[in-house]
Structures are given as structure tokens and as C-alpha cells.
Ligand binder design. Structure first.
Ligand SMILES: NC(=O)C1=CN([C@@H]2O[C@H](COP(=O)(O)OP(=O)(O)OC[C@H]3O[C@@H](n4cnc5c(N)ncnc54)[C@H](OP(=O)(O)O)[C@@H]3O)[C@@H](O)[C@H]2O)[C@@H](O)CC1
Ligand SMILES: Nc1ncnc2c1ncn2[C@@H]1O[C@H](COP(=O)(O)OP(=O)(O)O)[C@@H](O)[C@H]1O
Ligand SMILES: [K+]
Length: 500
């Protein structure tokens, strides 16, 4: 699914109106009904509801929801911004409510808000592209002080600018949940913006799919149907050679577990063969814990000192649990300089590279780098905000022909053609030791199975998160450990095979 900016969404609204031969009011009514259908599941029937409405179409949505909720027997209190220029559909919705139900407010007003209400925030949506005036803080503070049981935003938390960096001092109505129309808004996917809403839920209001090709973007949100499009068909004549031979290089004394996790993930993702390369201390652990994998060992007991020849392998991951012994570091750099085939580079291999000047010139083209935020910062330095972070990484990905995976919630895959794919699967239970090692094994395995680096990264990140989502249906997120993720890759594949 494409992620487009606010201006493009407005064009999409207009094109939908034209192509579907409907009015702007009809489209708003669709939005209102979808919103109401979902909101009623969020609120206990007796809960007092306060709906804050602005003067544009976001406010129009709020007024429409008020009308529908009242029809269903909910008690609502409606506050609407005093204005001289309401949008047409906003006014029409006002007229459908009796005037004594509407409380018009000014920004400097003391409102008498009942405590413990559900607040519906329909003041601003995608219609703003600059910060609200500071005067709005008084309204948002009063909302917060009224101790609402929950705040539900329509389309965006009011004051949130979807396509530009937010500053902490910009006034914004922070909410528990946001129902956003049709497509995710870019800013909602950034970790730095998690303070504005706890979650967003997509509402399909039937914008015309046939015209969505017209919108150019470098950003995508990856869901099941996107993944299904590029899953490879499997021939019944396949043999283990068809599914590639994956090599996992890493581990050091006390950190061999990371290699067990990576190798297990590679096997569970479908590698035909998996070989590990560790220091000697890894041999017994690997052969005892993962009998399906084969082990090669370095001459050294505690850390890798000589890196292996990799030409015979189709997928290679390096760095997990590798440590940063000076000999390992120096020999890794000498080794990687001479490699030609794409690598999945993780953990200490990234830390080692980060110590080198112009480190990206040392990496073979089409490699995949999988940094968590701290590793990324070591590699590219500081960033002002998440927009700038993405731009910095995009430039590097294009210039050096690499794929970067910035891990976290909504993990971002930035490919060598400058596109960014945000992942939609995964949960906080996966914030556990070794979860990233598992991801590296999955991606190396997919490269070994013939996916290119971008496809393997997008699919790998999605599968990893999906396996984690299946895992937390059976295991509490607090108790989820990294090896559980691999145990549920099979469920993830079953889900991708299915058509529901
Ligand atoms: N058919 C459709 O299109 C559908 C649209 N839908 C809904 O419409 C929403 C978009 O509606 P919208 O375009 O009216 O914008 P909205 O967010 O209500 O705000 C506009 C108001 O804000 C004002 N304003 C702007 N900047 C400001 C600032 N910095 N500080 C203060 N004020 C500022 C601006 O004032 P102006 O500058 O024009 O005087 C204007 O009055 C969208 O998010 C979705 O909820 C759905 O119903 C689906 C169908
Ligand atoms: N809150 C979260 N939601 C979804 N996925 C998460 C969350 N926290 C971590 N993850 C995932 O878990 C993995 C953690 O990777 P990493 O930090 O490298 O772990 P480790 O180094 O312990 O293996 C990443 O794939 C990341 O996307
Ligand atoms: K809103």
C-alpha cells in the first residue's frame, strides 16, 4: 500500500468523487458510518461522550459521528470551534443537529468539561500543514485535565502535521487511538511521534483504487496482499539445492546462542542447508542444539580470527554475537573488502564497520544492513528528527546500492532505489534478546532461496513480525523469547498461503 501525503490524499478524495459520481457529502457520510461502526466498539454504552469539532471537514466528520451516536442512544456533548468560515459539509452537519446541542467555543475560554468522559477529537485532520497557534494549548490542557477515560482522534490527532517533522512544543491533542482514513500518514510511522497517539487504525472509506497509480511516492506500508504478490511459487520437483545453502558467520565465547538463533531461523524459513562458522567454542553447542545445521569452526577457541570462503553459499549472514576482539575486527575488515556477493550484515559486524572511515565503500553492493537504532547512530551519526534520519539513510542506500533495515515498531526497509517500506507486523514482545539475530537468519535464508536483497528484506521483516504476532497468541509478550519467533514462522507461512 502506498503512503501518500496530505495534498495527494485531498486529490484522491476529489478523483474518487469524480470517478464514483458521488458528492463530497456522500464521501463524508461513508467516513462517518465507518467511524461510528468502530467507535461504538470502543465505548461502553453509558459513557458520557464529548465531541470536539473544528470548522473544516474533520469537524464535519465529528458532527456526523455525533448524530449517528445519538441515533444509537449515546449521550453526547458537542463543542465546536466558533468561526466565520465553516466548510460546506461541516455546516450541513451542524444543521442536522439541533442548535441547542452545539456549544461554540473560543480558544481562550474556560470550558466546563465533565470528568471521565470519552473525548472524540475531530478538530483538525489533514487540513493543516503548519503548527497550531499556542492558544490551542489551553484547550488541549483542559481536555487532558478533565481526566478522560479515552481520547479517540479522527484521521489525525488534531495539530499533528503528517508530512513534516513535529516539534515537542507544537500544540497537539494527544490521543489513545486514531482512526485514520484509507492510508497511514507518514509521520504516524515514526518512533519519535509515538507520544501523539498510542495506535492508529486504518479505515477503508472506498477511495477509488483505479486512480491510486497516479500518485508518486517513495513510501509504502507493507501488508499481506503486498507480500503475496512476490512470494515465489514452489515446484513439486524441488530438492534441497533449490532452497539454497545459508552460511551464518559469528559467535564468540559466551555468545554462541545468537548463532543458534540465527541458524534456527534460517532453517525454519526454508533454507535447504544451513552451515555455521564460529570459533571452536561453538561446535558442541551448535551440534547439540541444532542437529539440522552443519558446523565449521575457526582455528581460534574464543573468537573468529579467520573468515571463511563464501562462494559456495547462496545466502550469508555475518556479525551476530561476533564480539569486537581487535583481531576479529581487523580480519573482518580485510575479509569484507574482498567480498563480491551480497551479505546480511548485523550486530558486531556493523559496530566494526562503524569504526572505519567511509565504511560503506567496503561493503559489497546489494548487501543488507540490519541496524537497531543505536547501531544506526554509530554508522551514520546523529539525526535531528526521523524525517532527516530517513533522508540520510536513503542517500546512503542509493549511493552505495545497499538495503538498510531500521529496526523497531514499524521497521523501515530502505532499498537501493530510494524507496522505504514500513512493516505492519510485530509487537513489543519481540523486544527481547536475540530477536534481531532471528531476523538476520530469516533474511539470509530468503536470499539463499533466490529472492533479491530488497524482496528478502521486505518479506523477511514481515514474516519475522508475523511470526511474533502468532507467537503472542499462545505466549504472553513478556514471556516471548527469540527462539519462539522461529517456532511460529510456520504459522506465518500458513497465513500467507491463505486467502483470508
Ligand atoms: N470529502 C473529503 O474531502 C473528505 C474529508 N474527510 C475529512 O476531512 C478532513 C480534511 O478536511 P479539511 O481539508 O477541511 O481540513 P481540516 O483538517 O478539517 O482543517 C481545515 C481547517 O483548519 C484550518 N487551519 C489550517 N491550518 C491551520 C492552522 N495552522 N491553524 C489553525 N487553523 C488551521 C483551516 O482554516 P483556513 O486556513 O482555511 O481558514 C480549515 O478551516 C480529513 O482529515 C478527514 O477527517 C473525510 O470526511 C473523508 C472525506
Ligand atoms: N516494540 C516492538 N515492536 C515490534 N518489533 C520490535 C519491537 N521491539 C523490537 N522489535 C523487533 O525485534 C528485533 C530486535 O532486534 P535487535 O535489537 O537487533 O535485537 P538483538 O540484538 O537482541 O537480536 C527487531 O527486528 C525489531 O524490529
Ligand atoms: K482530529
Amino acid at each position: 500500500m502506498k503512503i501518500i501525503n496530505s495534498k495527494q490524499i485531498k486529490e484522491w478524495d476529489q478523483l474518487t468523487i469524480k470517478h464514483q459520481n458521488i458528492s463530497s457529502w456522500d464521501l463524508m457520510e461513508r467516513a462517518v458510518l465507518k467511524l461510528t461502526e468502530n467507535i461504538v466498539n470502543d465505548i461502553p454504552s453509558k459513557a458520557p461522550i464529548i465531541i470536539f469539532c473544528g470548522k473544516g471537514n474533520n469537524g464535519g466528520d465529528g458532527l456526523g459521528v455525533a448524530r449517528e451516536l445519538e441515533k444509537l442512544g449515546y449521550k453526547t456533548l458537542i463543542y465546536i470551534l466558533k468561526s466565520e468560515n465553516y466548510s460546506e459539509d461541516n455546516l450541513k452537519n451542524q444543521q442536522l443537529l439541533s442548535s441547542n446541542e452545539l456549544h461554540f467555543f473560543n480558544l481562550n475560554e474556560e470550558l466546563q468539561l465533565p470528568e471521565n468522559s470519552v473525548i472524540i477529537d475531530a478538530i483538525f485532520g489533514i487540513g493543516i500543514n503548519q503548527p497550531l497557534d499556542d492558544d490551542w494549548n489551553s484547550i488541549f490542557n483542559q481536555i487532558e485535565k478533565s481526566n478522560p477515560t479515552q481520547i479517540i482522534s479522527i484521521d489525525l490527532p488534531s495539530g499533528f502535521i503528517a508530512d513534516l517533522p513535529m516539534q515537542k512544543y507544537f500544540p497537539c491533542c494527544k490521543s489513545n487511538k486514531t482512526y485514520t482514513f484509507q492510508v497511514p500518514k507518514l509521520g504516524l510511522l515514526f518512533p519519535e511521534n509515538q507520544i501523539y497517539t498510542d495506535e492508529f487504525i486504518l479505515l477503508d472509506i472506498g477511495l477509488e483504487q483505479n486512480v491510486s497509480n497516479e500518485f508518486e511516492t517513495d513510501y509504502y506500508f507493507i501488508q499481506k496482499n503486498d507480500i503475496q504478490k512476490f512470494l515465489k511459487k514452489i515446484s513439486k520437483f524441488s530438492h534441497k539445492g533449490t532452497f539454497g545453502h545459508t552460511l551464518i558467520i559469528g559467535g564468540s565465547l559466551g555468545k554462541i546462542g545468537s548463532i543458534v538463533l540465527t541458524a534456527k531461523a534460517a532453517l525454519k524459513t526454508g533454507s535447504g542447508l544451513v552451515t555455521t562458522y564460529t570459533p571452536q567454542c561453538g561446535l558442541n553447542i551448535l551440534q547439540t542444539n541444532l542437529i539440522e545445521s552443519m558446523s565449521l569452526v575457526d582455528d581460534s577457541e574464543k573468537q573468529i580470527e579467520y573468515f571463511p570462503e563464501i562462494k559456495i553459499y547462496q545466502g550469508v549472514a555475518v556479525g551476530m554475537g561476533m564480539g569486537q576482539h581487535p583481531t576479529t575486527d581487523a580480519n573482518f575488515i580485510n575479509w569484507i573488502k574482498n567480498q563480491k556477493q551480497p551479505l546480511v550484515i548485523d550486530a558486531d559486524a556493523l559496530n566494526c564497520l562503524a569504526k572505519q572511515k567511509d565504511c560503506f565503500t567496503l561493503i559489497p553492493q546489494d548487501s543488507v544492513l540490519t541496524p537497531h537504532p543505536k547501531e544506526l547512530q554509530r554508522l551514520i551519526g546523529e539525526w535531528e528528527n526521523d524525517f532527516e534520519k530517513l533522508e540520510k539513510v536513503k542517500k546512503l542506500a542509493v549511493f552505495h546500492q545497499l538495503t538498510f533495515i531500521i529496526k523497531g515498531f514499524y521497521t523501515a526497509v530502505i532499498t537501493s532505489d530510494g524507496k522505504t517500506y514500513f512493516n505492519s507486523t510485530g509487537n513489543w514482545g519481540m523486544a527481547t534478546a536475540g530477536s534481531g539475530d532471528t531476523l538476520s537468519g530469516i533474511i539470509a535464508s530468503l536470499i539463499g532461496q533466490g529472492y533479491n536483497s530488497s524482496e528478502a528484506s521486505i518479506l523477511g521483516v514481515y514474516l519475522h513480525g508475523l511470526a511474533g504476532d502468532f507467537a503472542v497468541k499462545k505466549i504472553h509478550p513478556h514471556s516471548l523469547i527469540a527462539s519462539n519467533i522461529s517456532d511460529f514462522i510456520s504459522e506465518a507461512y500458513f497465513y500467507l498461503d491463505s486467502n483470508f
